[in-house]
Design a protein around this ligand. Structure first.
Ligand SMILES: [Zn+2]
Length: 119
């Protein structure tokens, strides 16, 4: 399934929200650029977690997927080292769940994303 995109009005709202967040971060940090950096990094990390889940949860799913697939890539069916594998979501909005992911070689993941027009 293709990822949903924002229409023109939704994109405008997203930019307004981003402007608001930027202003609030600047107010919080005052003229301390190091504090501004720390606040931005914290918000960035938490937003990534909302989109991708926390690293330990993804790691657990990766190990379960590896076992389910008997160490084979779901794309090319060749043997795969877990440290060079990546979880590929079937539908990105459904997140990293056991049902919504397949484990593939990093290079196979890139090939899949290129085929979908993401890379
Ligand atoms: Zn592969």
């Amino acid at each position: 399934m293709a990822n949903r995109n924002l229409d023109a009005e939704e994109l405008k709202q997203a930019h307004l929200l981003l402007d608001d967040i930027r202003r609030r971060l600047e107010i919080l940090a005052g003229d301390d650029i190091h504090l501004l950096f720390a606040y931005r990094r914290k918000i960035y990390k938490e937003l990534i977690y909302l989109e991708r889940g926390k690293p330990m949860a993804r790691r657990k799913i990766k190990i379960q997927r590896y076992d389910l697939q008997h160490g084979k890539c779901a794309h090319c069916n060749a043997d795969m080292a877990i440290q060079y594998s990546e979880l590929d979501r079937k539908n990105a909005a459904d997140g990293y769940t056991l049902e919504n992911t397949e484990l593939v070689h990093a290079k196979c993941h890139q090939a899949r994303q290129a085929a979908k027009g993401y890379a």
